[in-house]
Design a protein around this ligand. Structure first.
Ligand code: ZN
Length: 192
């Protein structure tokens, strides 16, 4: 998925969660997952082939996605909505996972039993969170500080303290607002 500014997309395995979280663009109100076919295309783009999501499952995916974004809001230093995190835990608990060791001894998490397409997606997300946590990259997946943006970006800054999806857009808007609030100036004036 295209990223704002000069941001690099999140590296695997977090690209899945980033793309899912950003499938709804809060700022423009654009929904990428309109029909079950959109969800099948999304799944295919992330290595899940032959899915046939139902309308009900698509509805669940959207709710799951919004709950995942809440984690990214927390990673950015804000208080997440406890109801969203509780919902997220309920969804994750639907799919019990086992650790499986690959021929090179690399461990991955797999669904304990085959389930629906939605279960398979939830399993992939669980594996992604687990691996990102091991790599210490999970908390670098953050939601933009702007409440009207909340674009999920990967913070690859050395300090890991980036706050906006792009400094040039949301960062400068926030600075402009802060400047106006301090000075009580009109929109036509520029910050120093
Ligand atoms: Zn932003």
């Amino acid at each position: 998925m295209e990223q704002p500014g000069s941001r690099q997309p999140a590296p695997p395995p977090l690209d899945l969660i980033q793309d899912l979280a950003n499938s709804f663009d809060l700022e423009s109100g654009r929904e990428s997952l309109v029909s079950p076919r959109d969800m099948d295309a999304f799944a295919r783009a992330h290595g899940m082939h032959g899915t046939r999501f139902s309308s009900a499952e698509l509805h669940d995916v959207r709710q799951f996605r919004d709950a995942l974004r809440e984690c990214c809001i927390a990673h950015a230093g804000h208080t997440p909505d406890p109801a969203q995190l509780s919902f997220l835990n309920d969804v994750l608990a639907r799919v019990p996972m086992n650790v499986r060791v690959a021929p090179d001894a690399e461990p991955t998490l797999e669904a304990a039993t085959p389930g629906t397409h939605l279960d398979a997606l939830v399993a992939r997300v669980q594996d992604a969170i687990y691996r990102a946590q091991v790599q210490d990259s999970w908390t670098r997946l953050k939601a933009c500080e702007s409440e009207t943006c909340r674009w999920v970006y990967y913070d690859n800054s050395p300090s890991g303290r980036s706050r906006w999806c792009t400094m040039s857009v949301c960062g400068s808007r926030a600075k402009m607002r802060a400047y106006r609030a301090r000075k009580g100036t009109s929109q036509s004036e520029s910050p120093p």
